[in-house]
Design a protein around this ligand. Structure first.
Ligand code: 5CA
Length: 449
C-alpha cells in the first residue's frame, strides 16, 4: 500500500476522552472512530489488525477441529424465554421490537441459538463430539462503556460451543479449548494466563478466564509468580489426545491464579510469600463447562449407546476479538506509539523515502516495494512529499515492527537502513539483504536466483 493513496487519518493531538494508552493510540493512529458511546467504526488500519487477529483464531480453531458457522446478530426472544435467560439477563440485553410487535434482541452471546441448531438436526451420540463456533458482533448495553474497544457496547467476539455425550467428553473439550487458546494468544505476541474465575450469567462451575497482565486492566488478579515463566511455545499437540490436553491444563492451571471473584485468602496463604503477586489484568477470553444447563432447558437430547435419550453436555468458549487490539497495545507500546507483534501487524514493514522526487531514491523504494509485494508481503510505502521527521513519527505511531529507510546518501554507498521498532536498533545493508531479512522474519521463502 502507498501511503499517499491510503486512508490513514492520523491525529496530532491526544484526544481528551481517551484515558488509557491503547485507546489514545487507536484514535491517534486512525484505527477507529467512535460512532456513539461504546460503538465504533473500524477504519482501514484498525480493520486490518482486526482481520489478522480473526485469521489467527480461525487457523487455531481449525487445528483443534472446531467448525465455523455464522449466526445472526438479531434473535427472537422466544428461545431466550425457553432457557429462562430473557428476564435473567437484565438491562445489559438490548431489546428490540419489530413491526409486528415481536420481541427481538441483539445477541449478547449465543448459547440458545446454537443449541436450537443442534437440537434440530442431531439425534445420535454417533454425531458427537461436535464443536461449532463463530466470530460475530455482540451487543451488551454496558452501564459504563469505556477505554475504547476494551469495554464496548458493540464488540466482536469469537464464541464457540461444544456438544458432547458425557461430562468426561465435555471436559476434554474444555481442556482442548484451553490448549488452543494458549496457542492462539501466543501467536498474537501475548501472554494470557488462565485464571480460575466466576461463571456469571453464562453459568457453570468449571470456568477459566484468560488474563493479560496490564496496569490498566479492569480485573484485580492474584497469582503465583512461577506462572509467568510458562510458555506453550512450539510444542506439537494432538487435540484428540485426552491425556495430552489434560497434561497441558494441569501444567498451566495447577499454580494459584485467580481473579478477585474467586480469590481465596486461605489457599493464597499456601503460596510462598516471595512468589505472591497481585496485579491488574485484561480479560481476553473465557471458557466454560456448564453441563446440561442449556440442553435440558431447550431439550437438546441425543440417543446414547443404550438407546436412552440423554441431554448433551455443553460448554462455551469466548475470545474478545475487538478487545484484543486494546490488550495487545497495552502490552506492547512506548511513548512514541504502538509496537505491533509480527503476528498481527497491519503491514509487515514500512518503507520511508527520505527524499521523495529524487530519481534514485524513488526507484530504490519502488524496487523494494515490488520485491516485497512479490514475496506475498505487505509493505506500507510512505511516498508522501513530507519531511523525514513527520514520516518517522507516523511510522512510530502506527507501530510497524520493521522500517526500511531509503535516502540518496545511503544509496551512494549501496545501502538502506533497516530499523526494529521494538529495539530502535538500525543496521545499514544492501536493499536485497534488507528484503531477505524481512522475508526470514516472516518465514516466507525467497526464490533462488
Ligand atoms: N458465551 C460465552 C463464551 S462464548 C461468553 O459470552 N463469554 S464472556 O462473557 O466471557 O465473553 C467472552 C469475551 O468477550 C470476554 O472474555 C471478553 O474478552 C469479551 N468481552 C465481553 N464483554 C465485552 C465488552 N463489553 N467489550 C469488549 N469485549 C468484551
Amino acid at each position: 500500500m502507498r501511503l499517499s493513496r491510503y486512508f490513514l487519518p492520523v491525529l496530532k493531538e491526544t484526544p481528551a476522552e481517551a484515558q488509557i494508552v491503547s485507546h489514545r493510540y487507536m484514535l491517534r493512529a486512525g484505527m477507529i472512530k467512535q460512532a456513539s458511546a461504546g460503538i465504533y467504526s473500524w477504519l482501514p488500519l484498525g480493520f486490518k489488525v482486526l482481520r489478522k487477529i480473526e485469521d489467527i483464531i480461525h487457523e487455531e480453531q481449525a487445528r483443534a477441529g472446531h467448525i465455523p458457522i455464522q449466526m445472526p446478530t438479531i434473535q427472537s426472544a422466544d428461545l431466550w424465554r425457553e432457557s429462562g435467560r430473557y428476564d435473567a439477563y437484565g438491562q445489559e440485553m438490548l431489546r428490540i421490537t419489530d413491526r409486528h410487535d415481536r420481541d427481538m434482541l441483539f445477541t449478547p452471546t449465543a448459547e440458545e441459538l446454537v443449541t436450537d441448531i443442534f437440537r434440530s438436526y442431531v439425534r445420535s451420540y454417533k454425531d458427537l463430539p461436535l464443536t461449532l463456533y463463530q466470530i460475530q458482533w455482540k451487543f451488551r448495553d454496558e452501564i459504563r462503556p469505556r477505554f475504547g474497544v476494551m469495554r464496548g457496547r458493540e464488540f466482536y467476539m469469537k464464541d464457540g460451543y461444544n456438544f458432547d455425550l458425557t461430562k468426561e467428553d465435555a471436559l476434554h473439550a474444555y481442556n482442548r479449548h484451553l490448549v488452543s487458546y494458549l496457542r492462539t494468544y501466543e501467536r498474537m505476541g501475548l501472554q494470557a494466563i488462565p485464571m480460575r474465575a466466576d461463571g456469571g450469567p453464562i453459568g457453570g462451575d468449571y470456568t477459566h478466564e484468560f488474563l493479560v497482565l496490564a496496569d490498566t486492566g479492569e480485573s484485580e488478579v492474584f497469582y503465583d509468580s512461577e506462572i509467568t515463566d510458562l510458555k506453550f511455545g512450539e510444542r506439537e499437540i494432538d487435540f484428540d489426545n485426552v491425556d495430552q490436553c489434560q497434561a497441558v491444563l494441569e501444567e498451566f492451571t495447577s499454580r494459584y491464579a485467580r481473579t478477585d471473584e474467586t480469590h481465596d485468602e486461605a489457599v493464597w496463604a499456601d503460596v510462598p510469600a516471595d512468589r505472591q503477586r497481585t496485579a491488574r489484568g485484561i480479560e481476553v477470553g473465557q471458557i466454560f463447562y456448564f453441563g446440561t444447563k442449556y440442553s435440558e432447558a431447550l431439550n437438546a437430547v441425543v440417543q446414547d449407546q443404550t438407546g436412552a435419550q440423554v441431554p448433551v453436555h455443553m460448554g462455551s468458549h469466548g475470545i474478545g476479538v475487538s478487545r484484543l487490539l486494546g490488550a495487545i497495545i497495552e502490552a506492547s507500546h512506548d511513548d512514541k506509539g504502538i509496537i505491533w507483534p509480527e503476528g498481527v501487524t497491519p503491514f509487515h514493514c514500512g518503507i520511508v523515502n527520505l527524499k521523495q522526487g529524487d530519481d534514485e531514491a524513488d526507484a530504490a523504494c519502488e524496487a523494494l516495494y515490488a520485491t516485497l509485494t512479490a514475496l506475498g508481503l505487505e509493505p506500507l510505502y510512505d511516498d508522501r512529499n513530507e519531511r523525514a521527521g513527520g514520516k518517522f513519527a507516523t511510522m512510530d505511531l502506527i507501530g510497524l515492527p520493521w522500517r526500511i529507510t531509503v535516502g540518496p546518501r545511503g544509496l551512494k554507498n549501496g545501502v538502506v537502513e533497516l530499523t526494529s521498532r521494538r529495539t530502535g536498533e538500525s543496521e545499514e545493508l544492501p536493499p536485497e539483504q534488507a528484503v531477505a531479512r524481512i522475508a526470514e522474519i516472516y518465514g516466507v521463502a525467497q526464490a533462488q536466483e
